[in-house]
Design a protein around this ligand. Structure first.
Ligand SMILES: Cc1cc2nc3c(=O)[nH]c(=O)nc-3n(C[C@H](O)[C@H](O)[C@H](O)COP(=O)(O)OP(=O)(O)OC[C@H]3O[C@@H](n4cnc5c(N)ncnc54)[C@H](O)[C@@H]3O)c2cc1C
Length: 405
């Protein structure tokens, strides 16, 4: 088959899934990851709708199901830390029947095992790319230059491949005005497979224990940082996070104390990537690199899995005609991406207390004010409305069956 040697930049969810599928179809994927080892950090992620079907097609249903988080209950607390509602974690995490929640690192490890017989170049990054009729000439930061038939950027929100092939990310990155941060904490709250959530207008915090021996803290907040702040720098990120939660109650001050020593501190803006096209000549983008939907949609991992499945499948079906494959990849995915990006915008509006089509800003503000005294059933009813929108977006695509040639 032509176009056999395919360099994938980024061994995250999209890159690992793509490597697996390409290998299945007889291609030779080579994965380059800038970190010295697999980056198995992060929060818990959801796999929903058609992405669950992709997991099944990879033969991973059982192993992913076993590794899913074991959270039994979601507890809501107020400013003073008093519990006022306990609810089903699936409803709280807007997961329909069959959807799964898994810690990002566990999913990465599973995908890594599944794509084991692939060449990996850890601790390196692409430095330059140029295309010709012969292929894509790639220069690396550390390895010797090589020629590949195709290059795929699966290197996340701040993709290097996108940067090199399409230009500066500011053209495509749409910040949604929110930030997230997650990291491991000691389980000093003695959580046993529960999550404790603190909601206030524009500030959300969570502490959870998805299974034995693991406890994490998470934050999502809305803020407009001063222009002079360089949010790529970790100590500035931590200072910014600390300041965003001044005056917040519950255990927040204590949870924030742990960030300095956390081995896996993660911080980023909540942003989307909007591009007119995800392919250019012999280069393609997959997952967050091409169409990040933003963590607030809870659909990033699902889009990465579905995008990888379709890109590899179309390349296999086109039997060497990568132009045709890339066109089909774009066609198949555009509407699905749009629906999921819209979902994120809806969730941002809700978090900021603005109305959306099915709930007005007045009602949201009222819920913020009297949330504590509302019976759990009322809060569950509202969550169910959100679940309907999420399920619709997560299933807004039919997977094709691709032949193995
Ligand atoms: C460490 C980490 C923690 C995360 N935690 C969360 C979280 O808590 N909540 C959440 O909603 N989302 C989180 N995400 C993002 C989430 O994983 C993605 O939104 C989603 O799963 C889509 O996956 P992706 O493979 O497209 O991108 P990602 O999962 O971001 O994977 C991109 C991969 O590319 C690698 N990479 C980046 N630049 C280069 C380069 N120049 N050369 C080679 N490799 C490169 C990265 O190290 C990473 O392994 C996290 C991502 C990372 C990398």
């Amino acid at each position: 088959m032509n176009n056999k040697n395919i360099l994938i930049s980024g061994a995250g969810i999209a890159g690992l899934a793509l490597a697996y599928w390409l290998k299945e179809y007889g291609f030779t994927p080579i994965l380059i990851e800038k970190h010295p080892a697999l980056r198995a950090e992060g929060y818990k992620l959801d796999i929903r709708g058609v992405a669950v079907d992709v997991v099944k097609r990879m033969g991973l249903q059982e192993v992913v199901f076993k590794a899913r988080t074991q959270i039994k209950e979601a507890i809501f607390v107020d400013q003073s830390g008093k519990q006022f509602t306990r609810t089903n974690p699936d409803l709280c995490g807007v997961r329909d029947e069959g959807d799964l929640e898994i810690v990002r690192g566990d999913l990465c490890q599973i995908l890594y095992k599944q794509a084991a017989n692939v060449e990996y170049l850890f601790d390196d990054s692409i430095a330059n790319i140029s295309q010709s009729e012969k292929g894509v000439h790639v220069e690396f930061e550390k390895n010797e230059p090589r020629l590949f038939d195709l290059v795929v950027g699966a290197d996340g929100l701040h993709s290097k491949v996108r940067n090199l092939a399409w230009g500066d990310e500011s053209q495509f990155l749409r910040k949604l005005g929110l930030y997230i941060s997650f990291y491991s904490i000691p389980n000093y709250l003695h959580l046993d497979r529960v999550e404790i959530e603190y909601h206030s207008p524009k500030r959300f915090a969570i502490a959870y224990c998805p299974r034995d021996g693991m406890a994490k803290a998470g934050f999502a907040f809305s803020s407009h940082p001063p222009l002079h702040l360089d949010l790529r720098d970790q100590s500035t990120q931590q200072k910014f996070l600390q300041e965003a939660y001044v005056g917040a109650g519950w255990e927040i001050p204590r949870l924030l104390e742990f960030m300095k020593d956390a081995p896996d501190f993660y911080f980023d803006c909540i942003a989307q990537i909007h591009m007119p096209q995800w392919t250019k000549g012999r280069i393609a983008l997959v997952g967050d690199a091409g169409y990040a939907v933003a963590p607030i949609a809870g659909q990033g991992a699902s889009l990465a899995l579905v995008g990888a499945y379709i890109l590899a499948g179309e390349l296999a079906e086109a039997q060497g005609d990568f132009n045709k494959a890339f066109d089909r990849y774009e066609e198949c995915l555009h509407e699905f991406v749009k629906k999921n990006q819209d979902l994120a915008k809806m969730n941002v509006a809700l978090m900021e207390g603005n109305g959306v089509s099915w709930i007005s800003s007045k009602v949201i503000r009222l819920i913020w004010q009297i949330g504590k005294i509302l019976p759990a059933s009322v809060l569950q009813l509202i969550k169910k409305r959100g679940l309907r929108q999420t399920t619709k977006a997560a299933n807004a695509l039919s997977l094709k069956d691709y032949q193995r040639y």
